[in-house]
Design a protein around this ligand. Structure first.
Ligand code: SAH
Ligand code: SF4
Ligand code: F3S
Length: 437
């Protein structure tokens, strides 16, 4: 028996959906009488909201658990949440006896009750995927970020051969239309100017014949909501209706994150991706026709089992052909229980390292080129937070570029900025009046 926790800290790893869940868990704990521990302060309860997508992420979670032991030998109450919790279940407590509570991504509504059980000496585990929605249990928000996440869809039915998500997040489920719209209003009323719609396959959202594009058009009606973004999309669900929305809905930002994973059709097939390089490029071409200034982004895996130098070269060629504004690349990581983990011809780590390095360089070149091409433009920037220096603020352009600018504007303001210089990851801007002076 320990005393009931008064303060908590939630640490989220992995994708934006985990960030969203982490924020909602924090609100839920707050509504149950706990308060967030201050920076650098010991918390009575620590929630580690983990990611299982690649090996290192899970290892990191376990080492983080270990590091929660305090100098005097005591430890906070520890709840393991997220995808490692879902995948490992009670096993995680065997691997790390310091863990008190194990709660999977669909069971967060039970977190306060499970913490109370742990206080009484229990070691509760809940990795069920119940029909009732965790979303209903989350309390109303008090304050939203200028750019706020809103989860609209969870789970994945695609079963790419390398990926754990279908196992950790379950089948594709769309949140109800009415709940999403109500939450968007709540976000705007509490400070959001932009919502980022989230889902493992966000563009697969549907309800009673209505699709993702219909939902976007509905949200665009909300006064005070200025920008709509979404992530992550699957190429198979890029409908013409969604592409048309990019041409017609001004609030829908000109940015598309559309992971392709490889530039080789042979590898794409082995990955069980349902697209080919040709169908992927055709989708992007339609998108560029609808919205010529669209910034394109993607994900790549290097070193998938059987990947030859020729396959990898095809990936580099695809990067050149698309000219990504940004892209993420990962070394293939075998995940237990996935088909690719037992495929022949696993690629040697040195080969993966070397390919990743080459891909990084290639992507970097395009990112820098994209950013440089916007220098000289005047564009709207949504101010999100303070920068490192006094008077400096950081915000984002419609193309999701990060911009540093000296201004009196506060988070949530949308200001006109002249872009004056660019690096691979961010730009510097000035307020136009100053530029003229
Ligand atoms: N649903 C999204 C991606 C979710 S996972 C989609 O299909 O595009 C985010 C990214 O992690 C993936 O796009 C992929 O590039 C990477 N990833 C997933 N499993 C991986 C693995 N086993 N090894 C390395 N990277 C992986
Ligand atoms: Fe994973 Fe593929 Fe589903 Fe994306 S579409 S979450 S990569 S299984
Ligand atoms: Fe990671 Fe789970 Fe997201 S595995 S990427 S936290 S869905």
């Amino acid at each position: 028996m320990t005393s009931a926790p008064k303060t908590f800290r939630v640490k989220s790893f992995g994708c934006q959906m985990n960030v969203y869940d982490g924020e909602r868990m924090a609100e839920l704990l707050g509504a149950n009488g706990m308060s967030a521990a201050g920076e650098g302060e010991d918390a009575d309860l620590v929630v580690l909201n983990t990611c299982h997508i690649r090996e290192k992420a899970a290892e990191k979670a376990y080492s983080d658990v270990g590091r929660l032991r305090r100098e005097d030998g005591s430890k906070p109450l520890i709840a393991l949440a997220g995808c490692v919790a879902q995948a490992e279940g009670a096993e995680a407590q065997k691997r790390s006896p310091m863990i008190d509570v194990i709660v999977g991504p669909q069971a967060y509504h039970r977190l306060p009750e499970m913490v109370a059980q742990a206080v009484r000496g229990g070691r509760p585990v809940d990795t069920d995927m119940p029909a009732i929605s965790k979303f209903d249990a989350f309390p109303k928000r008090k304050r939203a970020n200028p750019s706020s996440f809103l989860t609209i869809q969870e789970g994945c039915d695609k079963f790419c051969t390398y990926c754990v998500v279908p196992y950790t997040r379950g089948a594709e489920v769309s949140r109800p239309w009415g709940d999403i719209v109500a939450e968007a209003y709540e976000l705007v009323e509490t400070g959001a100017r932009e919502v980022v719609l989230l889902g493992q396959n966000v563009n697969a959202w549907s309800e009673d014949g209505r699709g993702f594009a219909d939902l976007i058009r509905e949200l665009a009606q909300i006064d005070g909501l200025e920008r709509i973004r979404y992530t992550t999309s699957h190429p198979a669900d890029m409908t013409d209706a969604l592409i048309a929305a990019h041409a017609e809905v001004g609030k829908l930002m000109p940015y598309l994150h559309l992971p392709v994973q490889s530039g080789s059709n042979r590898i794409l097939k082995a990955m069980n991706r349902s697209h080919t390089v040709e169908t992927y490029l055709a989708t992007l071409a339609k998108m560029r026709e609808a919205r010529p200034d669209i910034a394109l982004s993607g994900d790549f895996i290097v070193g998938f089992p059987g990947e030859t130098e020729e396959d990898f070269t095809a990936t580099l060629n695809l990067v050149d052909e698309v000219g990504y504004a940004s892209a993420y690349s990962f070394k293939y990581s075998p995940r237990p229980g996935t088909p690719a983990a037992t495929m022949e011809d696993q690629i040697a780590p040195e080969v993966m390292d070397e390919r990743l390095q080459r891909l990084h360089e290639r992507i970097n070149t395009h990112q820098t080129a994209f950013n440089r091409a916007t220098v000289g433009k005047e564009t709207e920037v949504l101010i999100e937070r303070k920068g490192r220096y006094p008077g400096q603020m950081i915000g984002r352009t419609p193309w999701l570029q990060s911009v540093h600018v000296e201004t009196d504007a506060v988070p949530g303001d949308i200001v006109s900025v002249s872009l004056v210089s660019a690096g691979p990851n961010s730009l510097a801007g000035v307020i136009p009046a100053k530029a003229a002076a």
